[in-house]
Design a protein around this ligand. Structure first.
Ligand code: BG6
Ligand code: MG
Length: 214
């Protein structure tokens, strides 16, 4: 194993709660409700794909210009919340695993769909750990397309089979497998069937475990 590629939302930080508040506010302002179950379905997919799904649930049609305005409105509300994030909001085990990988010369990359990834990394204080950052600003195809992980591997000069991906969303697990990488699911095994194995959180992962599974 030469590199570890981390998804951000749901793996290193819990931002789903902020996405939920912002999408709910948008749905309510358009006159329909939005549930936690629907929020689960938006995990791992891009902002524009999420908006299209949301509008579909509300049976609402909008022009491309209006969609851009709605996505911007939602993102402004979301940024207001993530701008207040602190290192305390890192999920259990994140910092410890990043430190151990860094100390042992394993390359660390980000493979996230979020265009807000740089702000979240900065607010939580983990930017310095990353050798490469691939996020929603640098790819043209959303997960489950493997582009995000293949680009991350290329930037850290690793072959796909030398990379381990950490993912909490079905679309992301599929993207990692399509990239030809080993994928560790963060969450429940029954939700992430394509993952090579699943753990509850990064607190259950260390370098020794990664080496035995490789
Ligand atoms: C993913 C999240 O990491 O990023 C999705 O799981 C989100 O819920 C996507 O829609 C895009 O995020 P952003 O920050 O660019 O709106
Ligand atoms: Mg995620």
């Amino acid at each position: 194993m030469k590199a570890c590629i981390f998804d951000l939302d749901g793996v290193l930080v819990d931002t789903a709660k902020y996405h939920f508040i912002a999408w709910k506010k948008l749905a309510n302002s358009l006159g329909f409700s939005f549930t936690e179950i629907q929020n689960e379905e938006l995990k791992g997919i891009s902002r524009v794909d999420s908006l299209n799904k949301l509008l579909g649930w509300g049976n609402i049609e909008k022009s491309d210009t209006e969609k851009l305005e709605l996505a911007t409105l939602k993102n402004d509300w979301y940024i207001d919340m993530i701008a207040e994030m602190t290192p305390e909001e890192l999920l259990p085990g994140s910092k410890e695993l990043l430190s151990e990988l860094k100390e042992n010369g394993i390359k660390i990359a980000l493979g996230s769909a979020s265009k807000n990834a740089p702000l979240i990394l900065e607010k939580t204080g983990i930017s310095p750990y990353f050798d490469a950052i691939v996020d929603g600003n640098s790819v043209s195809k959303s997960k489950p397309d493997p582009e995000v992980f293949l680009l991350a591997a290329k930037l850290v000069e690793a072959d796909p089979q030398e990379c381990i991906v950490f993912e909490d969303a079905q679309a992301g697990v599929e993207a990692g497998k399509r990239a030809g990488m080993k994928v560790i699911g963060i969450g429940k095994a029954e939700d992430l069937r394509q993952a090579d194995f699943t753990v509850g959180s990064l607190a259950a992962v260390n370098l020794a475990l990664l080496q035995t599974k490789n």
